[in-house]
Design a protein around this ligand. Structure first.
Ligand code: AOF
Length: 200
């Protein structure tokens, strides 16, 4: 059975978006800074990113994407990303979208599969992935659900160097108690990438 990874970027104060996240502004007001590391420097929703990542950030991204067989996200993340223009951007497997509104299922050729409930999405993702890894890419509620259910083998937190002061908190309302063992840490000017094994 493949590993289940959960990976996301937070501010130093634990926000995965700034305030007012939604379609056209998936990372919220000021939240672009969370993903400077993805593009090697500043960008805004008004000036779309064009840059290439720092080699450290690229190596983290490449390793996180290696050997993936399926991806899971929540409906809000899917909507906020504008459905990535209508096509699953991950080349190596389906993207399962957790939603109560499965009747909105787009054309299956898009690579998106709408599933009602996290557990059902995980079961489908395991079928697709086989021995390859599954990445739970967010948002916060979906990652909390994966962690609370004891499904996550590896937690990746990329900490961007900023304090947002508002928005969506990764661990909002989370009451679980988890022991983590650090597997890896990589540091660039734009992020500190921490990878933890979740002890079970
Ligand atoms: N379907 C489902 C969840 N759906 C989640 O609820 C949010 C609102 O989207 P929507 O469901 O489409 O109204 C979104 O984050 C989506 O992923 N959540 C859960 O805990 N369990 C479920 O079974």
């Amino acid at each position: 059975m493949g590993r289940v990874l959960a990976s996301i970027t937070t501010s130093v104060d634990g926000y995965v978006t700034g305030p007012d996240a939604g379609p056209d502004r998936g990372l919220g007001v000021g939240g672009e800074r969370l993903h400077y590391w993805v593009f090697g420097g500043p960008w805004t929703y008004e000036n779309e990113p064009t840059g290439a990542p720092d080699p450290v950030d690229k190596s983290y991204l490449d390793d996180a994407m290696a050997d993936l067989g399926a991806v899971i996200c929540g409906r809000n993340t899917y909507d906020s990303a504008g459905a990535w223009g209508g096509r699953n951007p991950w080349p190596d497997g389906p993207l399962y979208v957790v939603t109560h509104r499965v009747e909105d299922q787009p054309d299956p050729d898009s690579g998106f599969v709408f599933v009602d409930g996290f557990d059902a999405a995980l079961a489908r993702a395991r079928e697709s992935a086989g021995d390859r890894a599954i990445n739970v890419m967010g948002g916060a509620a979906t990652i909390r659900q994966a962690l609370a259910g004891g499904h996550v083998d590896e937690l990746g937190i990329s900490v961007a160097p900023l304090v947002l002061g508002g928005g969506t908190r990764l661990f909002e309302g989370f009451t679980g108690d988890l022991d983590l063992e650090r597997i890896d840490v990589r540091v660039s000017p734009w992020a500190t990438h921490l990878r933890y094994h979740v002890v079970r």
